[in-house]
Design a protein around this ligand. Structure first.
Ligand code: ASP
Length: 357
């Protein structure tokens, strides 16, 4: 450890010194015949930096894509139908995402999303949602009550505030200011289920593998641009204030226009633990196909269970992923995860492959 007397003086490497140093290196590079790209690497200037300096556009050119939508669970089929006309008419993936997810949020028979979602253990229906576009714009609402379309509020957070996430009463207040109507989200069927649950009030935060949950939708439009969104009421009878992965950018959703779009469903705590959707995108960035990348993320979740000595028998996790080439990946921890695919030729629900029997 350095003592007071022998602490080395901090090298003050000012901008001027840095420039001088780079100039000297430049001369040296010319002397020894290093190519300019080599020098760019030494100086820290990437080709992109140099292009920017020259005023060149650095964004790589994209091929026109064939529109597609992939959505979690069986309810994805109807949501895809609601989203498809926008893509078919040459619209943006972001708009399609919002329209598709709204369809599911507005359906009172879908009891894990939006209006009609199951309450927490105190009887509050608290909703989580997030959205991300091809440029990295993001918006999210967490634990928001009384508003039926959290996906649209998340989009408003993204487009109309300097922030990316609003929570609880603040989110509801913002939504009302934006003209969203306040409604009672607790439909009679959900209320009845909750009252039944209250008789024992066993707090077992287990996601039944038959009873999932988040709508996660990822899409590519005709320009080849990717976007995604997700929306959920989270785990039924959760603790008041509990937030899962779904509204957390990187966990429940991630989009990188050059690499792919990913969303997750299942027990959010486990997805957050491995920053699941970002992880899948990063696997793709390093060469994995969407399928391989989903598999690697699910295995990483399994490994965390093993490491912590925990049982996964009542847990379900699923990921879906697309890349700009139109490849699709889907993988789950256990059997039972389905997803809906919509393209110009296909409208169907598929069963995801899985890790554990
Ligand atoms: N991921 C959601 C949550 O943990 C629930 C689900 O998709 O099953 O809130």
């Amino acid at each position: 450890m350095a003592t007071k007397n022998n602490t080395p003086k901090k090298q003050h490497f000012s901008m001027n010194n840095r420039r001088k140093f780079i100039k000297q290196l430049s001369g040296l590079a010319a002397l020894v015949g290093l190519p300019s790209a080599g020098f760019a690497a030494i100086s820290g200037l990437t080709q992109g930096d140099k292009d920017k300096k020259k005023g060149n556009k650095t964004a790589p050119k994209r091929k026109l894509g064939a529109p597609m939508i992939v959505t979690t669970w069986n309810f994805g089929l109807q949501a895809n139908e609601a989203a498809w006309p926008t893509l078919q008419q040459g619209g943006k993936a972001l708009d399609a995402i919002e329209q598709g997810i709204r369809q599911c949020e507005n359906d009172p028979t879908e009891r894990s999303v939006g209006y009609g979602g199951r309450p927490d253990r105190d009887g509050h229906v608290t909703l989580d949602a997030c959205i991300m576009d091809e440029k990295g714009n993001i918006g999210s609402v967490v634990c928001m009550e009384h508003i039926a379309n959290p996906i649209s509020v998340a989009r408003a957070v993204m487009e109309k505030t300097p922030h990316v996430m609003l929570a609880g009463e603040g989110a509801t207040q913002f939504a009302v200011e934006q003209g969203f109507e306040k409604v009672n989200l607790l439909v009679p069927d959900s209320e009845r289920e909750w009252k039944e649950w209250l008789k024992k009030a066993e707090y077992t935060p287990v996601i039944n593998i038959e009873n999932h949950d988040t709508i996660g939708m990822i899409a590519m439009d005709g320009k080849g641009d990717l976007s995604g969104g997700c929306s959920t009421s989270g785990m039924a009878f959760k603790m008041h204030g509990r937030i899962g992965d779904s509204p957390i950018i990187g966990a429940g959703l991630y989009v990188d226009n050059e690499v792919g779009a990913v969303t997750a469903t299942g027990q959010g705590e486990e997805v957050i633990r491995v920053v699941g959707s970002f992880r899948v995108v990063e696997e793709m960035r390093h060469g994995a196909s969407p399928q391989e990348a989903c598999e690697q993320a699910v295995k990483a979740i399994r490994d965390k269970f093993v490491l912590r000595g925990k049982d996964w028998s009542n847990t379900q996790i699923g990921f879906i992923a697309i890349n700009p080439q139109g490849d699709i990946g889907a993988y789950a921890l256990r059997p039972g995860f389905t997803y809906a695919v919509k393209t110009g030729d296909v409208a169907e629900v598929r069963k995801a492959s899985y890790l554990l029997d």
